[in-house]
Design a protein around this ligand. Structure first.
Ligand SMILES: Cc1cc2nc3c(=O)[nH]c(=O)nc-3n(C[C@H](O)[C@H](O)[C@H](O)COP(=O)(O)OP(=O)(O)OC[C@H]3O[C@@H](n4cnc5c(N)ncnc54)[C@H](O)[C@@H]3O)c2cc1C
Length: 291
């Protein structure tokens, strides 16, 4: 590994100032589970690493104005086991439990996951289906972005140089909402997904679909939303044929690459299978909630 300087400022302002000073030579580090591998593979060679770990409160999880806010430094495991998330967003806790191994979940952070923008990661898929918003801080102040505007390309986000993810927040689901996350990983239980799908459906008490969001992972250059597929469901009473048409529309939205987990055609086919499964689970949960 090449030599680099390392610092641990104890405030967000301190981290932002050091990032600005370091310019292209500097990089923020949170859990380090992705960054250190990239450095060992010599794919990135930062001269300065500026750690977020001593910024007080950056790992806080709480609820305000009907939204659950997860600080960027919260680890996957902390979020997975948070009472707040388990009670208000159980599908997110469930999703996090499928990420890699406990050792990695104990270290990897929500902010690191979003900033890393690997399309094979799991949490962004569910966060898209839950209508999450990203909080970003820079030297010029803070801004917010819907998560579906945050991912731009493979490993590329809307973060500007020197900006940090400070939190992600998620609205409390309205009554009659059910969500589900399905990860297809035929190799080992701690692998990245071959295909991952999250679905959120909101039903009226008489069973009409009021809102639908479908998130897709490992199926394109970024985590995706299947908007045309979602539109098929809105205003309709759900039935198997409709779920089939929705799955076919989702298959048209994906653009997977062939790799060790399967060919592009195979992944597209499995996207259809798993969209249907996730919708069925979300439908069952939403029906119970709406009753
Ligand atoms: C073997 C292995 C298997 C894995 N399997 C899965 C899996 O199945 N599913 C899954 O979802 N994930 C999986 N992961 C985790 C995932 O790929 C990333 O490693 C993890 O989400 C990165 O989080 P981190 O906090 O360690 O980020 P870091 O490695 O610290 O940082 C990653 C990048 O984000 C930047 N960064 C970090 N925090 C911030 C911030 N707050 N604001 C702006 N930029 C920031 C860094 O500069 C760096 O560029 C796996 C990881 C490993 C090592």
């Amino acid at each position: 590994m090449h030599a680099f300087d390392y610092s641990e400022p104890d405030s967000l302002a301190g981290v932002l100032a050091e990032l600005e000073e370091a310019g292209e030579e500097g990089k923020a580090i949170a859990g380090g589970t992705a960054l250190v591998i990239l450095m060992m593979q010599r794919l990135v060679r930062p001269r300065r690493l500026i750690s977020l770990r001593r910024v007080a409160g950056l790992d806080r999880i709480g609820t305000a104005d009907g939204r659950v806010r997860i600080g960027a430094l919260a680890t996957h495991r902390r979020a997975e086991t948070s009472g707040e998330i388990r009670s208000r967003l159980p599908v997110l806790a469930e999703t996090l439990s499928h990420v890699a191994t406990l050792r990695i979940r104990n270290v990897a952070t929500i902010g690191g996951c979003l900033a890393h923008a690997d399309p094979n990661q799991d949490p962004p898929v569910t966060l898209l289906a839950l209508d999450a918003r990203v909080h970003i801080a820079g030297r010029q102040g803070e801004r917010q972005l819907p998560l579906d505007e945050f991912f731009l390309d493979y490993y590329e986000t809307a973060l500007r140089p020197g900006e940090l993810v400070v939190a992600v927040d998620v609205p409390s689901p309205p009554p009659g909402t059910g969500s589900a996350f399905h990860k297809f990983l035929p190799r080992t239980a701690d692998d990245y997904a071959t295909v991952a799908v999250a679905a959120t459906l909101t039903l009226t008490p008489d069973g009409v679909c009021r809102a639908a969001r479908i998130g897709l992972g490992a199926l394109g250059p970024t985590p995706l939303r299947a908007r045309d597929a979602e539109a098929i469901l809105i205003g309709e009473r759900l039935h198997d044929g409709l779920l089939g048409a929705t799955a076919e529309a989702a298959m048209r939205a994906v653009d997977p690459i062939a790799d060790g987990r399967g060919s592009a055609d195979y992944k597209r086919h499995m996207a259809g299978v798993f969209v249907r499964r996730a919708l069925r689970s979300a439908w069952e949960r939403a029906s119970r909630e709406a009753a």
